[in-house]
Design a protein around this ligand. Sequence first.
Ligand code: NI
Length: 187
Amino acid sequence: MAVLPIIKADNPILRQKAKRVPRIDARIQKLIDDMIETMHAANGVGLAAPQVGVSLRLFVVQEYREEDDQLVPGKIFTLINPEVVKTSGEQEVEEGCLSLPGYVGRFSRANTITVKGLNREGKPTRIKAEGFFAEAIQHEIDHLNGILFFDHLPSLDQLRQLRPKGKIAEPDVPNDDIMGERHPQSS
Ligand code: NI
């Protein structure tokens, strides 16, 4: 396994509509392993193949459950050639992306989503998600369609810059910054 370089938002690969994965072979298995390792190394909650320069319809995402106002990490899902079956409701999100470190933006997404596709064993699978997990899945599907989170903002002026890494937090951390932590550079 290897940590792969994550390409940045100005790379044209991130603007392509990714191609379907034709066959789940050893090369794809290695890509999935490397993407999971890369996601962990970057403290992300999800990662789409185009972000490591591979324009294929495939992403990995870690499930988070909300418990007592905390996000608890759960299972890691791999979805290949995903299709959205259904969405419902609306949630306001504050989202970032590993391809645009240090910035977040607020906008709205569906509150629940059902997606289907293949898992890494090539078996048809379906994921039903809500809240933060649903947000992450929508973010990754956007990546497969050449969409970046800030495309959802009316203007780039609405991007908010996070506190630079390494700066010591002030004693009274405003709620907003806690949100920034809860919504890490998602993916
Ligand atoms: Ni992203």
